[in-house]
Design a protein around this ligand. Structure first.
Ligand code: NA7
Length: 546
C-alpha cells in the first residue's frame, strides 16, 4: 500500500481478533484497501489476552473455526474436543500468515479517537502512535469481552504482592508454587483456572460473590474418525449449525421439542444425566422450555445442584457452591474438575453472603464476617496473600467500542448517544454515525452464539454493503432512528419472553456499577441472519443511503 493509501483508505478496522482478521481478508478480496489497528502485539484478540491457566473455548473445536475457506478448514488439525487458548492462538496466527494479513495490521497501537467529517463523508481516525488516517468506513472489530473489568476495591493499589487479571494475563508462565493465592470471582474464567491454580499453589482462597452453574466439559483428544467425518461434509455441517438457535451443536444430542414437565421425574433425570455425561453446552438443550418457564428451569437447576452436592464432600461448602438463580441466564460454564477442587485441603471458599470483601490491604484481603442467619457484622478477618487474581470479567459488549472517543454527525459522541444503553440497528450500525459498523455489536446474537459464526455473518454483511455503496456510487449508509428504535424494542421484547434478563449478568451490564441495564444481545441466530439478508435484499431497508 502506498503512503497515500495508508493515510487515506477505504476502511479502518479496529482490532485484529477473529473479526478483524476476517474483515481485512474480505475487504481485500473485494478490492478495498484497508488498515487494521491492534492494541496487542499480535493477532487473536480474546485469545491473545486471555492466557490464564486453563483458558479454553466452550464451543467444540470443529465448529469454533472459520468456514470462509474450505482449504483452511480442511488443512487445520485441532487436537482436542475443546481447544485450549494456546492452540486457538496458533490457529489465529496461522490464518494471519496464510492469508498474508499482517502487512496491513499496525500492532501495539490503539485507536483513540474517530470523528466523522460530514463534508468529506469520511472518518478521521487518530491513534496513540500519533498517526491520523482517513477512511470511508470505520469498522469496530473490538470484541465483546475485551475491556477488562477491574473493580475499584478500596485499597487495591496498596497490595504489596503480585496481582493479575485473567483477561490481561502475562505472556510468560506465572509460577504459583509455594504461594498463597486469592482469586476474586467465580465466572467462567475462574472456573477454568481454579483447578489448575489450586494444584500448584500452597493455598488458594476463592472469593465468590455469586455461585455459578458449571457442566463438565468432558474434554479429550479428538478422534480421527470424527474429524474425518466432519471434514468430509464440512459445508453441510456448517450450514446445519447456522440453523441452530445459537449457531452451534447440530451434531450433539437431538434437541427435545418437549417441555420439561411433560416427562415424569425419572425420564427427566435420565435425560439430564445423558447430557451431563456427554458434557458441554448442550445440557440446556435437554428441553425446549428451560429458558422460558421457571418450573422447567428449576428441574435443570435442581439436577446440577444435586451433582454439586454429590461431588463436594463438605455439605456446607457444597451449599455455598449451589447457585440459586435461573440456570442459563448467565452463560453456563464448562469445567474440568471444578467442584472437585473444593475437596482439596489447600482450598477455602469465602462467599459474599457471610464474608464480603471489605477492602484490599497491603498484606491481602480483608473480609467482613457476617452472621449467616441475621447478616449482622460479627467481625473481620484478614486473609494474608502473596498473589491476587482478579477473575472479575469484562465491561462486556460496549466497553471496547466506547473506549474509543467516537463522534458522528454534528460532533455528537457515541458515549452521549448511548448514555441510556446501546442503541443499534441490527447490532451492526447506529443512527447518527454514518459508515460506522460494529462486528457482533449489541443488539445482535453475538455472545449467545458460536462467535465465529456470528462474526462471519457480520463480515459478509458489511463486505456486501460496502460493495453495494461502491457499485451504486453512494457515499454513506446510516440507520434511521425509527428503524433503530424498532430494533431496540425487538431485542428487548425477545429477551422479555425468556428468563434471561432475570439475573445479574453481564448481558445486562449488571456487573459494572453505573452501567445502564439493558439486555444487550439478541436471542436467536437463524431469524436474525434471515432479517439481515432481507434488509440488504430490500435495498437496505431502515437505512438512508446518500
Ligand atoms: P464473568 O463471567 O463476568 O465473571 C466475573 C466474576 O467476577 C463473577 O463471579 C462476578 O461475580 C465476579 N465479580 C465481578 N465484580 C466483582 C466485585 N466487584 N466483587 C466481587 N466479585 C466480582 O467473567 P469471566 O471472565 O469469568 O467470563 C466471561 C465470559 O468469558 C464467560 O461468560 C464466557 O462466555 C467466556 P457476580 O457473578 O457478578 O456476582
Amino acid at each position: 500500500m502506498s503512503e497515500t493509501a495508508r493515510a487515506r483508505c477505504d476502511a479502518v478496522v479496529v482490532g485484529a481478533g477473529f473479526s478483524g482478521l476476517h474483515m481485512l481478508h474480505r475487504l481485500r478480496q473485494a478490492g478495498f484497501n484497508a488498515r487494521v489497528f491492534e492494541a496487542g502485539s499480535g493477532v487473536g484478540g480474546t485469545w491473545y489476552w486471555n492466557r490464564y491457566p486453563g483458558a479454553r473455548c466452550d464451543i467444540e473445536s470443529m465448529e469454533y473455526s472459520y468456514s470462509f475457506s474450505d482449504a483452511l478448514q480442511q488443512e487445520w488439525e485441532w487436537t482436542e474436543r475443546f481447544a485450549s487458548q494456546p492452540e486457538i492462538l496458533r490457529y489465529a496466527e496461522h490464518v494471519a500468515d496464510r492469508f498474508d494479513l499482517k502487512r496491513d495490521i499496525t500492532f501495539d497501537t490503539r485507536v483513540e479517537k474517530a470523528a466523522f467529517d460530514e463534508e468529506a463523508c469520511r472518518w478521521r481516525i487518530d491513534t496513540d502512535g500519533g498517526e491520523t488516517v482517513e477512511a470511508t468506513a470505520l469498522i469496530m472489530a473490538t470484541g465483546c469481552l475485551s475491556s477488562a473489568n477491574l473493580p475499584e476495591f478500596e485499597g487495591r493499589t496498596s497490595f504489596l504482592g503480585e496481582t493479575y487479571h485473567t483477561g490481561r494475563w502475562p505472556h510468560d508462565r506465572v509460577d504459583f508454587g509455594g504461594k498463597r493465592l486469592g482469586i476474586i470471582g467465580t465466572g467462567s474464567s475462574a472456573i477454568q483456572a481454579i483447578p489448575i491454580i489450586a494444584a500448584e499453589a500452597e493455598h488458594l482462597t476463592v472469593f465468590q460473590r455469586t455461585a455459578n452453574y458449571s457442566i463438565p466439559a468432558r474434554n479429550g483428544p479428538l478422534e480421527s474418525d470424527y474429524v474425518r467425518e466432519i471434514k468430509s461434509e464440512y459445508p453441510d455441517f456448517r450450514a446445519r449449525n447456522r440453523l441452530m438457535p445459537a449457531a452451534f451443536g447440530s451434531k450433539g444430542l437431538t434437541r427435545s421439542g418437549a417441555p420439561a414437565l411433560a416427562d415424569d421425574p425419572t425420564a427427566r433425570e435420565a435425560r439430564f444425566a445423558e447430557r451431563w455425561e456427554r458434557g458441554g453446552l448442550g445440557f440446556l438443550g435437554a428441553y425446549n422450555d428451560l429458558l422460558l418457564s421457571r418450573d422447567a428451569n428449576e428441574t435443570a437447576a435442581d439436577f446440577v445442584r444435586a451433582r454439586i452436592r454429590d461431588t463436594v464432600k463438605d455439605p456446607e461448602v457444597a451449599e455455598r457452591l449451589c447457585p440459586d438463580n435461573v440456570i442459563g441466564c448467565k452463560r453456563i460454564c464448562l469445567d474440568t474438575r471444578y467442584f472437585e477442587t473444593y475437596n482439596r485441603p489447600n482450598v477455602e471458599l469465602l462467599v459474599a453472603r457471610t464474608h464480603p470483601i471489605e477492602r484490599i490491604t497491603p498484606e491481602g484481603v480483608l473480609v467482613k464476617v457476617l452472621n449467616s442467619q441475621t447478616g449482622e457484622r460479627e467481625g473481620a478477618r484478614e486473609i494474608a496473600l502473596d498473589c491476587i487474581v482478579f477473575a472479575t470479567g469484562f465491561d462486556a459488549m460496549t466497553g471496547a467500542v466506547l473506549g474509543v472517543d467516537i463522534s458522528g454527525r454534528s460532533g455528537r459522541t457515541l458515549l452521549d448517544a448511548w448514555s441510556a444503553g446501546p442503541l443499534t440497528y441490527l447490532g451492526l450500525t447506529t443512527a447518527g454515525f454514518p459508515n460506522l459498523f460494529m462486528i457482533t455489536g449489541p443488539g445482535s446474537p453475538s455472545v449467545l452464539t458460536n462467535m465465529i459464526v456470528s462474526i462471519e455473518q457480520h463480515v459478509d454483511w458489511i463486505g456486501d454493503c460496502l460493495e453495494h455503496l461502491r457499485r451504486e456510487r453512494l457515499a454513506t449508509i446510516e440507520a434511521t432512528s425509527e428503524a433503530q428504535d424498532a430494533w431496540v424494542d425487538h431485542v428487548n421484547a425477545v429477551a422479555g419472553q425468556t428468563l434471561m434478563p432475570t439475573c445479574n449478568s453481564w448481558y445486562l451490564g449488571r456487573n459494572i456499577p453505573g452501567k445502564p441495564q439493558v439486555f444487550m444481545p439478541l436471542i436467536g441466530f437463524p431469524p436474525y441472519a434471515e432479517k439481515c439478508a432481507e434488509v440488504a435484499q430490500n435495498g437496505y431497508e431502515g437505512f438512508v443511503l446518500r
